[in-house]
Design a protein around this ligand. Structure first.
Ligand SMILES: Cc1cc2nc3c(=O)[nH]c(=O)nc-3n(C[C@H](O)[C@H](O)[C@H](O)COP(=O)(O)O)c2cc1C
Length: 217
C-alpha cells in the first residue's frame, strides 16, 4: 500500500497534508537560516594564543562555509555579578555594559557557543569569569539545547581544570557539550611553541569537525 492509498483508507489525507506542509516549511526555514556559532575570546590579548586556537576552529568552519564569529570580551571593563537578583525578573543583567548585552544577544541567537580562555593561575582569566557569571546567570534557560565547547590555552599547566570550569557554564545551562579527541587545550610557553603544538591543533580541528557534524543534524 502506498502513502496515498493509506491516507484514503484512514481518512487522514487532510491531516497528513497539513502535517507534511508544516514540517516541510520548518525544514526549509532552518536550512535558509543557516547554523551560526559564536566563540567568546576571554583573553585580554585580542590576537594572542587563545585567538590562535579559535582561528584553527574557524578555519574548519570556513572550509564548509558555516558561519563562525569570534567575539572578543577579554579586554573589556567588566564588573562581576553582585547577586542583586534583578535579572530574575528582567532576564537581563542590570550592570552589563552595552558590549556585554550585545555579546549575550549574539549567544542567544547562535546554535553553537564556544567559551575560550587562557589559564590564569590554574583557572579562567578574571574578566572572562566576570562576564560568564553574569551572562549565564541572567540568561536562565535560554541557551538550553544549543551545542557548545570550551577551549583553553596554557603555558605549562592548569588547562584541563580550566576546561572543566568553563564546561560547568555550558552543562548547568543544558548546552550539549561536544567532544574532541583530547582535552581542548593548546599548550606552549611562546607564540612559536603554541603554533608547534600539533596535538593541540589536531584537537581544535577535530572539535570543529565534531561541532559541524552536530550542526548538520
Ligand atoms: C596572570 C597570568 C596567569 C597565568 N597563569 C598561568 C597558569 O596558571 N598556567 C599556565 O600554564 N599558564 C599561565 N599563564 C600563561 C597563559 O595562560 C598563556 O600564555 C596563554 O597562552 C595566554 O593566552 P593569550 O595569548 O590568549 O593571552 C598565565 C598568564 C598570566 C598573564
Amino acid at each position: 500500500m502506498n502513502r496515498r492509498e493509506f491516507l484514503k483508507i484512514t481518512g487522514a489525507a487532510a491531516v497528513g497534508a497539513a502535517v507534511y506542509g508544516s514540517v516541510g516549511t520548518l525544514v526549509k526555514k532552518s536550512m535558509k537560516k543557516g547554523k551560526k556559532t559564536v566563540a567568546i575570546n576571554g583573553s585580554p590579548n585580542k590576537d594572542g594564543n587563545t585567538y590562535y586556537a579559535l582561528s584553527l576552529i574557524a578555519d574548519e568552519f570556513d572550509k564548509q562555509s558555516i558561519p563562525f564569529s569570534i567575539l572578543h570580551i577579554g579586554a573589556e571593563k567588566i564588573k562581576g555579578c553582585i547577586a542583586c537578583g534583578t535579572c530574575k525578573n528582567t532576564g537581563k543583567c542590570a550592570f552589563a555594559t552595552d558590549r556585554e548585552l550585545d555579546v549575550i544577544e549574539q549567544m542567544k541567537n547562535a546554535d553553537g557557543i564556544i567559551l575560550a580562555s587562557p589559564v590564569y593561575f590554574g583557572g579562567i582569566a578574571g574578566t572572562m569569569k566576570q562576564f560568564l557569571d553574569k551572562a549565564f546567570y541572567s540568561s536562565g534557560d535560554t541557551f538550553a539545547h544549543k551545542i557548545g565547547a570550551s577551549v583553553v590555552t596554557e603555558a605549562h599547566a592548569g588547562g584541563s581544570v580550566t576546561t572543566e570550569s568553563l564546561n560547568q557554564y555550558l552543562l548547568i545551562r543544558q548546552i550539549n557539550v561536544i567532544a574532541s579527541t583530547y582535552w581542548n587545550v593548546v599548550k606552549g610557553r611562546t607564540k612559536e611553541a603554541i603554533r608547534a603544538d600539533e596535538e593541540g591543533e589536531r584537537t581544535m580541528r577535530n572539535l570543529a569537525k565534531n561541532m559541524i557534524e552536530e550542526l548538520k543534524k
